[in-house]
Design a protein. Structure first.
Length: 137
């Protein structure tokens, strides 16, 4: 079968050949319009890396189990606070807890009362938790 060729963009010195066979394989306009109406899956909500929940430390004590710095938000991608790590053990007071929907990890917003550190976030795996109930943020 002989294919007919259409040349486009001659003025640019570029020749683009479109064959009749290629046109025959293209879906109908109504099919492509239907494809445009299909909604894409929703992306998970982004974690706020500048989240400071209200409140002060409660009655539940947390103690660091590794040298670590607090973060500005409840995710590993959020920046660290300060330039040096807290030592082990450092006592912190839980303000609230948050389960990150992207990773499934639990994070605590803490008040390092009696220290020079500001309130911030720490991953639950980096602390030992005392007894008591920590409210959700």
């Amino acid at each position: 079968m002989e294919e007919e060729t259409l040349q486009l963009f001659k003025g640019l010195g570029v020749t683009i050949a479109v064959t009749a066979a290629a046109f025959a394989m293209m879906p109908a306009a109504s099919a492509s319009a239907q494809a445009d109406t299909v909604s894409a899956p929703q992306a998970p909500a982004a974690v706020n890396c500048n989240w400071d929940p209200s409140g002060s430390g409660g009655g539940v004590s947390l103690v660091t189990n590794k040298e670590i710095r607090l973060r500005y938000g409840p995710a590993a991608r959020c920046d660290f606070i300060g330039w040096s790590d807290m030592g082990v053990p450092t006592q912190l007071w839980a303000v609230c807890k948050y389960r990150n929907p992207d990773s499934g990890n639990t994070w605590y917003y803490v008040d390092p009362a009696g220290s020079t550190w500001r309130n911030g976030w720490i991953y639950s795996g980096n602390v030992d938790v005392g007894s008591g109930t920590i409210r959700n943020c």
